[in-house]
Write a protein that binds this ligand. Structure first.
Ligand SMILES: [Zn+2]
Length: 324
């Protein structure tokens, strides 16, 4: 059962927002488009895993896209599955071509037939994540369940080979459609040898649900883009041109004449993704190119924001932004 559902990753939402608001000639656009495609591919792979995890029986609690912070360091895990007997961590990899694990050199390479590219070793990465989770649980006095992990490939077209200890890799590497059965097999074995620890399972779930945070993303810093490069205005949902004009109760595109009653919602969400989840009426008016304070108030309300008590700031629950 999914207890924490996967959302479109914040970096992807943010890059999509900034791409729609940079001049067509901006020199960072090719890089941003490449990054958006990279994140989209990863997201598609994770959703493929989710599709297969649906077949797990109800007692398997599935938490997607979990970020846990320990001593200021954040660790992101694609999926965590809990049973009364164990915890399973799953990392999803979406690669084209052939990949090779070298267990002696701890190297991971990918070849597309022409060139060979080295990546961070997924085994070392997930071992570090496991260590992070062990210490995170210890800090909360929630140790006791054994932790297993899998690296799963989203595509069967990814062919993996091993240099060195093949058995150790085969135990933890699988295609996404094989993951549920692998988990069930281990869990059934544990049912014979270990005690049912449902209260501990439930305690851990509660803590993860309360403590997990959404990964923050500063697109300006990451790509060296100036805030002044961002184009303002409401975008036409039909032809994508910025600068729709506000009439009473609707927006009209001056280029293609398309009319919309809610085109401001994307503009307000773009503002939140790029500049943060706290908006002043006057700043948002500049961003949407409207003059009336009262109209702006109505539009902010309509987009689901609320005015913080005793302040000038409007805020939106981050979870709503992510679900848009
Ligand atoms: Zn238009």
């Amino acid at each position: 059962m999914f207890l924490r559902k996967r959302k479109k990753p914040l970096p992807l939402q943010t890059i999509d927002a900034i791409i729609s608001r940079l001049p067509a000639s901006h020199k960072k656009l090719p890089l941003l488009r490449k990054q958006a495609a990279f994140y989209q591919k990863g997201y598609n792979g994770e959703r493929k895993l989710d599709y297969h995890l649906q077949m797990l029986p109800k007692e398997y609690a599935i938490l997607s896209d979990v970020t846990l912070r320990l001593n200021g360091k954040a660790c992101q895990i694609d999926s965590i599955i809990l049973t009364p007997y164990a915890i399973f961590m799953i990392d999803v990899k979406s690669f084209d071509g052939n990949v090779n694990f070298d267990t002696k050199l701890k190297q991971f390479t990918r070849s597309d037939g022409e060139k060979l590219v080295g990546y961070k070793d997924p085994i070392t990465q997930i071992e570090n994540a496991q260590f992070h989770l062990i210490r995170w649980l210890q800090n909360l006095n929630l140790s006791g369940l054994p932790i297993y992990y899998f690296i799963s490939f989203a595509e069967h077209s990814t062919v993996f080979t091993v240099t060195g200890d093949a058995r150790s890799i085969e135990k933890i590497v699988a295609y996404v459609d094989e993951v549920p059965l692998r988990i069930i097999t281990i869990n059934e074995q544990l049912k014979i040898t270990n005690q049912n620890n449902n209260p501990l399972k439930n305690n851990i779930i509660t803590r993860i649900m309360n403590k997990s945070e959404d990964f923050q993303y500063n697109v300006f810093q990451t790509y060296g883009i100036q805030k002044s490069d961002i184009l303002t205005g409401v975008q036409c949902p039909s032809c994508r041109t910025l600068g729709m004009k506000r009439f009473t109760r609707y927006w009209r595109c001056m280029k293609c004449t398309f009319c919309s009653s809610n085109a401001h919602i994307k503009a307000i969400y773009d503002y939140i993704l790029l500049f943060g989840n706290k908006i002043k009426n006057e700043d948002c008016r500049k961003f949407l190119n409207i003059s009336s304070r009262g109209t702006m108030r109505t539009l902010l309300n309509h987009a689901g924001l609320t005015l913080m008590n005793g302040s000038k700031f409007w805020i939106l629950d981050q979870s709503i932004v992510n679900e848009k």
